[in-house]
Write a protein that binds this ligand. Structure first.
Ligand SMILES: Nc1ncnc2c1ncn2[C@@H]1O[C@H](COP(=O)(O)OP(=O)(O)OP(=O)(O)O)[C@@H](O)[C@H]1O
Ligand SMILES: [Mg+2]
Length: 351
């Protein structure tokens, strides 16, 4: 008859690849009961609808039967962190990823200002900068060079997000040496993302906004596979050349096994508004492309953001433009924030 410590020893040989460690050290084992010839426990996964759940459960079954015999009476119940009511993100209601296949279309600008606009609706908001290519949140919020605090909980370090304008912030830039070539940063980035999300004290939040790097790489994959993302906001510019990359990102999220619902499209740099003639709108990249593109993807347009010099200046100065009171641009972000909230509610009602 096995005892608890023997069972734990065997389960240490079972790896959860999405997080690169064994299920015991990852704290996935819950409520282990060992009686005469029977073993029962829960396995806590970030979400239970991912393929890894079966793979891990099967390898745990195989390992235990090899160790204690085919006749072992075994019950393994996969449960989600939400069901278990724990996990570092258990207090987070909605995770919203801001994505685009293309670089430089304004993901970070949209993510930062969406976070500010959501917080202006009274919500509690966090923002994660997951861009290994070039973290921008520290600059946009004027917290460059600041170091998040760390404390210990049950022998493990817990990161304390930096707070600015009432928003909790963490950036991959605090953890990855961005002066190193990308090949070195790649695998580190995945583990840095897990630290930002999993080892930080996010507390109770209504929204955790995630600013993704461009493209469809490791960070996007890890996020989709290992976390329960409520939905993605897709950012594009009006030029049709941008749409091919965005389409690729959208179809990555739409894949059966990743499935992150698309909340909608934000058309950035939709038109130009001169600072000295704010009543004028110049559709320099063409008009209506965003709408037809959104229709093609089968998602709503959440809003349009004009090209305004102040947006760049505000980003460089560390005070996102959505902090402006009652300007046209901050109103555009307020509208996007409301559209995101409504769309999330609608998607949750459909379930
Ligand atoms: N609507 C806008 N009006 C004026 N400038 C803008 C606007 N949107 C973004 N910018 C500026 O364009 C630059 C790129 O924007 P941003 O960093 O948000 O793009 P990104 O998609 O996150 O880029 P990357 O792919 O490098 O992460 C920044 O300097 C930003 O201030
Ligand atoms: Mg960016």
């Amino acid at each position: 008859m096995p005892d608890k410590s023997e069972v734990i020893e065997v389960l240490k040989g079972v790896i959860y690849f999405a997080k690169g460690d064994n299920i015991v050290d990852l704290g996935m084992l819950d409520g282990l009961e060992v009686a005469e010839n029977s073993v029962a426990f829960n396995l806590v996964f970030p979400r239970t609808d991912e393929p890894a759940v079966n793979i891990v459960t099967n390898s745990a079954t195989k390992a235990l039967k090899e160790a204690f015999g085919e006749g072992l009476n075994l019950r393994i119940s996969p449960i989600s962190e939400k069901e278990k009511g724990r996990g570092p993100l258990a207090g987070v209601k909605y995770i919203v990823a801001v994505a685009s296949g293309k670089g430089g279309v304004g993901k970070s600008t949209v993510a930062a200002n969406l976070a500010v606009a959501l917080s202006r609706t009274g919500a509690k908001v966090g923002l994660v900068d997951a861009d290994i290519y070039g973290p921008s949140v520290p600059i946009m919020f004027g917290v460059e060079g600041e170091q998040p605090g760390v404390y210990e909980r049950e022998g493990k370090p817990v990161i304390v997000p930096i707070e600015k304008y009432g928003i909790k912030l963490l950036s991959i830039g605090f953890f990855v040496d961005t002066s190193k070539p990308l090949v070195w940063r790649g695998p580190m980035a995945t583990s840095a993302l897990n630290q930002l999300l999993g080892d930080a004290d996010w507390g109770v939040l209504d929204f955790l906004v995630i600013d993704l790097p461009p493209g469809t790489g490791d960070i996007q994959l890890t996020l989709a596979q290992s976390y329960s993302v409520t939905g993605a906001v897709v950012v594009t510019t009006p030029q049709k050349v941008a749409h091919a990359d965005v389409r690729r990102a959208a179809s990555m999220f739409n894949q059966e096994k990743l499935h992150i619902p698309l909340l909608g499209l934000v058309e950035n740099m939709a038109y130009f508004v001169p600072e000295d003639a704010p009543e004028k709108k110049y559709f320099i990249f063409g008009k209506g492309h965003g709408e037809s593109f959104a229709a093609e993807l089968g998602i709503p347009v959440l809003g349009q953001i004009p090209i305004v010099e102040r947006i760049t200046a505000a980003g460089d100065n560390g005070s996102p433009i959505a902090l402006e009171v009652d300007s046209d641009v901050s109103k555009s972000f307020d509208q996007i924030a409301h559209a995101v909230r409504n769309r999330i509610t609608a998607l949750l009602l459909q379930k």
